[in-house]
Design a protein around this ligand. Structure first.
Ligand SMILES: [Zn+2]
Length: 405
C-alpha cells in the first residue's frame, strides 16, 4: 500500500506538470500564430519580384526569432516532462520488488504429474465460472481427460445462476425442488427463499395478482411452516398492502434488491455444499491468499537475508511467519505447541494431558526422557510419572490422549 501511495504521488506530480505545460504550450503557440497573422498583411504588400524593404526584413527577423524562441521553450519543457516521466519508472522499480523468485519453489510445479494437476485445477476453475469453451480448449491442448460427469454439474449451476441474476427463478426452483431432501438435510433455506422471492414478485405486480399470490402461498409454503413461521407471517402481512402499493408499505424492506444478490450467494453456497464442492474455486483461493501473503513473505525474506538466517526457512509445509489472510480464508484451527513452539502436524499431533493442558507429542516424548527418568530412579518408581509443565499434576505418558481438530 505504501508503495502504491509513493508511486501515486509521483504520478500526481507529473499530471499537474503536464496540465500546466499543455496550458502554457498552447498559449505560446497561439501567441505566435497571432503574431504571424498580424505581420502577414504587411509582407503581402511587397511586390513579387522586388526585394523586401528594411522594415519588412526587420519584421521577418523578428518573426523568425520569436518562432525559434517558442519552439525551443516548448522543446525544453518537453524534455523536462520526459525526465519526470522516466522518474516514475524508477519510483516503481524502487517501491515494488520484482524478484518474486525468492519466495517460490521451482519444484512445486515441475514434473508431468504436477503439471497435470495444475492444468486440472485451471480447467475446473474455468468450468466453475462458466468459461466452458476455454476449459475445453485447455483440456484438449494439455491432453487432459475431463469426464462429462465432472463438467455437467458446473454447466447446470452456471445456467441456473445466470437466470437468477436476471431475476428468473424457475430453473433454480426446479433444481431446489428436485434436491429438496438433501437441502433439508443440510439445513438449507434455499427453496424457501426462492419461493419467497417468487411470491414477492407476484405481489409487487399489484392487485391483479392478489389471487395468484394467495394461491402460490397455499401451494408452496406448507412444507416450510415449521422452519420459517415468522417469515411466512411477515409475507402474509404484505398481502394486506397490495391495494396501496407494497413498495411504500411497512414491508418495503422485503423488496430490497439486495435479496437478489443474496439469493445468488445462497444458491452457490448450498449447491456447492450439496455437490461436494468448495464454495470458492480452489484456484481463486490460492491466488488470492498468495497475493495477500506475498508482501509479508518478501519482507521476511529480506530480513532473513540481512541477518543471514536464510537457512531457517527450510520446513516445507511451514511458513517462517504467521500470515493473516483475513476471516474469509480461515478454514480450520491449528495447534501450536506451547513448549516446542511448533505447529502441530500428522506426525506431531496435539496431546491432551490428564489435567487438560495440551502439548505436542514431540514435547511429551521429550518430557518422558531426560529429567523425568532420573526422577523416577531417584524416587524408586518403576514407571516414570511425568509432571505437567504448566501445573503440578503428575501423570503417566500413556494417559495422554491425542486431539483431533
Ligand atoms: Zn497441567
Amino acid at each position: 500500500m505504501e508503495a502504491c501511495v509513493a508511486v501515486e504521488k509521483e504520478i500526481d506530480k507529473i499530471l499537474s506538470k503536464f496540465a500546466s505545460i499543455r496550458e502554457n504550450g498552447s498559449k505560446n503557440i497561439e501567441e505566435t500564430i497571432e503574431f504571424l497573422s498580424s505581420i502577414k498583411p504587411e509582407l503581402e504588400q511587397a511586390q513579387a519580384d522586388t526585394e523586401f524593404n528594411e522594415r519588412q526584413l526587420f519584421i521577418i527577423h523578428l518573426a523568425i526569432a520569436k518562432v525559434k524562441e517558442t519552439v525551443s521553450r516548448l522543446a525544453s519543457e518537453h524534455r523536462d516532462l520526459h525526465s519526470s516521466v522516466s522518474k516514475v519508472g524508477k519510483t516503481i522499480d524502487r517501491n515494488f520488488t520484482q524478484d518474486y523468485a525468492s519466495t517460490s519453489f521451482d519444484r512445486v510445479f515441475s514434473g508431468a504429474d504436477k503439471e497435470k494437476l495444475l492444468n486440472q485445477v485451471i480447467c475446473q476453475h474455468m468450468y466453475r465460472h462458466g468459461f466452458l469453451e476455454i476449459g475445453e480448449e485447455l483440456a484438449k491442448e494439455s491432453g487432459l481427460e475431463i469426464h462429462e460427469n465432472s463438467k455437467q454439474p458446473f454447466i447446470l449451476l452456471n445456467e441456473i445462476l445466470e437466470k437468477l441474476r436476471h431475476r428468473n427463478l424457475d430453473a433454480a426452483l426446479e433444481w431446489a425442488q428436485t434436491h429438496r431432501e438433501q437441502l433439508m438435510e443440510q439445513n438449507s433455506s434455499l427453496e424457501f427463499k426462492l419461493h419467497r422471492l417468487q411470491f414477492l414478485q407476484l405481489v409487487s405486480e399489484g392487485p391483479g395478482k392478489q389471487g395468484e399470490a394467495l394461491a402460490y402461498v397455499r401451494r408452496h409454503f406448507p412444507p416450510f411452516v415449521h422452519q420459517h413461521e415468522t417469515d411466512i407471517q411477515n409475507l402474509m402481512g404484505v398481502l394486506a398492502f397490495i391495494p396501496y402499493g407494497v413498495h411504500n408499505s411497512p414491508y418495503k424492506k422485503l423488496f430490497d434488491p439486495i435479496l437478489w444478490t443474496e439469493i445468488c450467494e445462497v444458491f452457490v453456497k448450498d449447491a456447492c455444499a450439496l455437490l461436494g464442492f468448495s464454495v470458492e474455486s480452489p484456484l481463486s483461493v490460492c491466488v488470492n491468499v498468495g497475493s495477500i501473503s506475498l508482501p509479508a513473505l518478501l519482507n521476511i525474506k529480506q530480513v532473513m537475508a540481512q541477518r543471514q538466517v536464510a537457512g531457517m526457512w527450510n520446513a516445507k509445509d511451514e511458513l517462517p511467519i504467521e500470515i493473516d489472510a483475513g476471516r474469509e480464508y480461515r478454514y480450520h484451527s491449528i495447534f501450536a505447541c506451547p513448549i516446542l513452539r511448533q505447529q502441530g502436524s500428522d506426525s506431531n499431533p496435539p496431546m491432551r494431558l490428564v489435567c487438560g493442558h495440551v502439548i505436542s507429542r514431540d514435547a511429551l516424548n521429550k518430557l518422558s526422557s531426560g529429567n523425568n527418568v532420573l526422577r523416577a530412579i531417584r524416587t524408586g518408581q518403576s514407571v516414570a510419572r511425568l509432571k505437567c509443565p504448566y501445573c503440578p499434576r503428575e501423570f503417566d505418558s500413556s494417559e495422554a490422549r491425542q486431539l483431533h481438530f
